[in-house]
Write a protein that binds this ligand. Sequence first.
Ligand SMILES: [Zn+2]
Length: 300
Amino acid sequence: MDKNRYSMYGIQIQEWLALKHGIKPLLRTVIQPDDVKNIEKLCREDGLFYIVKPFSQLYLTKFDSPVNVIYISKNKDLLERAYQSEKSGSGSLGARKIVGELLGYPSCCVEFYSEFFSQPYLKDTKFSIPIKTYSKTQGKPSFLVNNIFKLESRLSSKGLEEYQKNPDFADRVSHLFLISHVPCSYTCKESIKMGREMLDLLEKEEPELAKEIVFRLKRPLLYFDDFNWLIFNGRVNGNTINYTSILPPLSLMPEGLVKKFREGSEVKVGKEFVDIFKNKERVHRIKKKDKDNGILFNFS
Ligand SMILES: [Zn+2]
């Protein structure tokens, strides 16, 4: 299997650039032990410091065998502070907030994200963070903060397992983002500013990736859950999408279902059903599991 060409030893290139150019003060991610040597070399070249620490539990997620977390920054003190907060406060709301702030996330978004872990949301398998974010959105969702494909930041342990079990899927989507945090809404001003900064930087450093990201993120998206969604090459009008094709990447949605959408040219998203039309005639009707299932995100 081909590794995502924008990933360097498990770190996405935009995360690295954000750190190198001072958009973000700290990078933190789970890595494979084999990658440490290579990352060390990259750090040396770019004047960055790092520490690697094992965790057998991170917040509410327990691991069968410890995972390695790497912290990278220009500022040596930040590394230890982030590690100590996560180690001593694993599971606590306070630790999440401190680390969110150390990572340079907007405080409105840190607050929003932390809220989920103080409530029994995580036990609810139907619960979806993008739908919560969307419900707080007033006005047009901005593609600059489209985080639908940035899954690692919001999956609970069960979802994370599913994600890791499907490396091809992870490879298809993991480079498609401009912000790495969960925004408090798809119109969050602070997040949009970060997304814009990231895009400006990518346009200079990785113009092809910048183009690819804008092309995928700035599209209507029909969202069922984190593993089931479709990107449309088309336009939204109210609850209707008129489209010419379904764009890659594909989610884990069953092929038969994707095919139904490919057969149409118009989708109407209702409260109970998603209807697919071809030449004004309905060709398929899909029953929604509930009202939060099948939501149209009009990113532009
Ligand atoms: Zn925010």
